[in-house]
Structure formats: C-alpha cells, structure tokens
Design a protein around this ligand. Structure first.
Ligand SMILES: [Fe+2]
Ligand SMILES: [Fe+2]
Length: 131
C-alpha cells in the first residue's frame, strides 16, 4: 500500500474527504499493478486516475468559486501543476509502458504531493467552504 488512509488529513468538508478516499484507492491499486508489472491493469488504472484527478480538481475548484474563496488562484495553480505533470507521465506511459517511471512518479511525486496539498490547501479551503 503506497498511501494509507490516515496519511491524508481529514478536512472540514465531506465531499473533499470522499474524493480523497476514492483517489487513494485508485492510486494504491495502480501502484500494485505497476509493481506486479500488469500492463493491462496499469493501462486501465492510468485512465481511471486521469478521470479521477480531473474530477477531484474541478469539483474543488467549482466549490471554491461558489464560496468566493480568496486562495482560489493559488489553489488552482497547484492543481494545474499536477495536471500538467500527470499528463506528461500518462503520455510517456502510453508511448513506452515503462513501469519504473510510473512507480517513481507515484512514490516520489504524487503520494507526497497529495499529502502536502491536502494539508496545505484543501484543509484551509474546506474550512472556508464548510460542510
Ligand atoms: Fe483535494
Ligand atoms: Fe486541492
């Protein structure tokens, strides 16, 4: 298991928490597929993660806009950074099916980013939005 549910801070909005829990499951499943070098599963889960990340980020951004959250541009910029990074990794995966690259991305980029991002941005945003 790459990310334990307790590694990701619970925030003050139940939608955010539900989104994060779903994402942790996909990331962990992808991590297992990559470790066991299962191309078919990894392909499917990369697609799933692409859809899930976009839903995750756009849902938060919509809620922020509705609530007029002051940190919207900065929070969205953080999402955009990860959108671009994931897109790059996904494109590379589709061209080379290199398990090591995806494994490194999940371990060194996405997992630490998620922990920090939720603690730094989602927690403050959720407090502003409320439940
Ligand atoms: Fe989030
Ligand atoms: Fe966020």
């Amino acid at each position: 298991m790459l990310i334990r549910p307790n590694d990701i801070q619970k925030v003050a909005n139940m939608f955010f928490n539900a989104i994060h829990e779903d994402e942790i499951e996909i990331v962990n499943a992808l991590y297992e597929a990559v470790k066991s070098k299962d191309t078919e599963k990894a392909d499917k889960l990369m697609e799933e993660l692409a859809v899930d990340l976009e839903e995750h980020f756009s849902t938060e951004e919509e809620l922020m806009r509705e609530a007029d959250f002051f940190g919207y541009p900065m929070h969205k910029a953080e999402h955009d950074r990860m959108r671009a990074e994931f897109k790059r990794v996904h494109e590379r995966w589709k061209s080379n099916r290199n398990f090591a690259e995806v494994k490194r991305f999940l371990e060194d980029k996405l997992a630490p980013w998620l922990k920090l991002h939720v603690a730094q941005w989602d927690s403050v945003t959720a407090m502003h939005i409320g439940d």
